[in-house]
Design a protein around this ligand. Sequence first.
Ligand code: 4VN
Length: 324
Amino acid sequence: MAFAKISQVAHYVPEQVITNNDLALVMDTSDEWISSRTGIKERHISKTEFTSDFATEVAKSLLNRAGLTADQIDFIIVATVTPDSLMPSTAARVQANIGAFKAFAFDLTAACSGFIFALSVAEKFISSGSYQRGIVIGAETLSKSVDWTDRSTAVLFGDGAGGVLLERSESQHFLAESLHSDGSRGDCLAFGKTPLTSPFSIEEKTESILKMDGRAVFDFATRDVAKSIQNTIESSPLSVDELDYLLLHQANIRILDKMAKKLGVNRDKIPANIMSYGNTSAASIPILLSDCVEKGFIHLDGSQKILMTGFGGGLTWGTVIVKL
Ligand code: 4VN
């Protein structure tokens, strides 16, 4: 029986920091409005880099930390809704940049749940016994897809990437998972619709800019996602008190507060870094994981039980419980 385990973590964000006060100079908003409603104080925004540039930095750090060379990697999955291009994929660009010539590489889109979905897929590749080692990255440049004239959404997002090295292990580290989608509610968080064109049709306007029904998505997160986390914990061999940390998608600090209450867990077990990064979609959970390792909360020595949950566009939501 083959098992998979997360052996390294890393993250990368672009250098430029945009504070709430910086945004208040270019749109009708304020630090008070943004931080009291979302918890966000600042976010990193790309000046010249693309999603694959962030993801490449993450992949290089993972290899460095593991003392591996790129030819030892069997696959690369990048979860993103802001790829440099649809073809080639962001993952294929990463493969070329690091020289992982033996790896197969593809992107996976499940919006803010993308990293969790990709981690689940990668775990299956390894536990099938077919592959030894892969890189799973969440990477986004949401700044290129938000409407900078819409103050209700523009203030929420940030750019960056985080990822993990997943390797074969002798013992079980993935303890439970659940993945879900509800396409019938997809319109409440959407962007990037492909326009219909043909020689005989009038061109439809591209809906390239992010649109969000904030209330609907907020309610989805606090009802459906909270319930699903509870169900996943119940289906696992662990009780909620045995979890060391719950790493939840960094969409809004008030959602994290509500989740803590609903799940009956100490607020300190639900770390937040949305203050410094904003909502980075598929990158938010691996950036948070990497931050927690850097700060010494999470050790990667197999002694801790960590729950990770993504939720967002699709709609999609998913949880994994891992021994780290
Ligand atoms: C999941 C969620 C969100 C999200 C939804 C609503 C929201 C973030 C609405 C009320 C508003 C403050 C902001 Cl739950 C976004 C994603 C996308 O990654 C995923 N903020 N807010 C207010 O007026 O208080």
